[in-house]
Design a protein around this ligand. Structure first.
Ligand code: F0G
Length: 361
């Protein structure tokens, strides 16, 4: 028996495919290498023969896929001598930036929309010691302010307009290709700024161009109806959705994402808040997988497209679950109508509670 080498993070693993040098100081937290889990129960409920997987990106160190891009962006910022990073965020980017800045020993400034950020993410940004600036506006306002302030202040932007972010994020596609031994037929993702869908396509194409794989997936992007610029064909002011992560009306990777759609023969679609929450609950109850609402839209989309036949029988489908459900316990608890029962601390009371639950099921 041989022992496997320790996994240290995605930069080490994909060094030859990423813009780093031998002497680059890598800022990492063991990100990447996330599970690709085959769904059992949902395909059965759909009554269709499909091979459905989720890529569980919520299991990255700070609870979202953002860590893949952040390890690269912060590594390069430090290499270039930056002492501070800045981002606008709907939550996950701020938590990730705060953690990697702490790891690097530099400052992080995060701009978040007032009252629209999940508690778990605010807690992370604060506890890692970043400067949290809450703006009386939405993500799109914050993004514009970040771009303006970075023109004069000594700060490096670590939003996905920083090209190193997409470089790091493309590694998720490498992992999927390696694990499946080829490309899935369809890859479904939530779309906000559209950095992630663009990064995945970059990764898929890179392995394809280097002859590592022979095929490419069809890329499918889903948006919340209240924040769906790709469905409207134009930017949306005042985006609204329960899926706060993708409450974005002015996507930063607009052109890139349209290119992905065309090149991969993919499509965009939209879902109501109710449908998004129903998919989140279904994943937790039927598969034991807890993701945040924005992430669940990829499964909501895949399910609808499988049922309608747009994704044909026999297809291999990967859905990216971008962030962990623990980000937003309030929304999760709000969905649980059964609630919690309180009983006396006695054997009889506990037995009664169990027996009535068994009887009622
Ligand atoms: N899913 C989650 C959980 C996200 O946090 C985000 C983006 C997306 C999907 C959309 O990804 O923007 O690459 O299309 N969150 C950003 C943030 C905006 O600030 O954390 P995208």
């Amino acid at each position: 028996m041989t022992l496997r080498a320790r996994y240290t993070g995605l930069i080490d693993r994909y060094r030859d495919r990423l813009p780093v040098h031998d002497d680059t100081r890598i800022i990492c937290l063991g990100e990447g290498n996330t599970p690709l889990v085959r769904l059992n129960n949902i395909p059965r409920l759909l009554g269709r023969e499909v091979d459905m997987y989720i890529k569980y990106e919520g299991l990255n160190p700070t609870g979202s896929f953002k860590d893949r891009g952040m390890t690269m962006a912060v590594t390069k910022a430090v290499e270039e001598g930056s002492q501070a990073i800045i981002c606008a965020s709907t939550g996950n980017t701020s938590a990730s930036a705060a953690a990697y800045a702490a790891r690097a020993g530099i400052k992080a400034f995060v701009l978040i929309p007032e009252g629209k950020i999940a508690m778990g993410k605010l807690a992370q940004a604060m506890i890692h010691g970043s400067t949290v600036i809450q703006i009386q506006g939405n993500f799109d306002d914050g993004m514009e302010l970040v771009k303006q302030v970075a023109e004069t202040a000594p700060v490096t932007i670590v939003n996905s307009i920083n090209p190193y972010r997409l470089q790091g994020q493309k590694t998720a596609a490498f992992e999927i290709l390696e694990e499946l031994g080829g490309a899935p037929d369809y890859h479904c993702l939530p779309v906000g700024n559209a950095g992630n869908i663009s990064a995945h396509w970059m990764g898929y194409k890179e392995y394809h161009e280097h002859g590592v794989v022979n095929d490419l997936p069809v890329m499918v992007g889903y948006q919340a109806s209240g924040a769906a610029p790709f469905l409207r064909g134009e930017m949306v002011d005042n985006p609204e959705t329960v899926a706060t992560a993708i409450r974005i009306g002015h996507p930063q990777s607009w052109d890139k994402a349209w290119a992905v759609q065309k090149e991969s023969s993919g499509w965009f679609d939209e879902f109501s808040d109710q449908e998004i929450l129903a998919a989140q609950k279904m994943l937790t109850e039927k598969e034991g997988i807890f993701c945040e609402p924005a992430s669940a839209i990829s499964v909501a989309g895949a399910m609808r497209d499988i049922q309608s036949g747009k994704i044909p029988a026999g297809a291999k489908v990967v859905c990216t679950l971008t962030g962990h459900g623990l980000k937003d316990p309030d929304t999760a608890i709000g969905q649980c109508t059964a609630g919690v029962q309180t009983v006396q601390a006695s054997l009889g009371a506990v037995e009664d509670a169990i027996m009535s639950a068994i009887g009622g099921s």
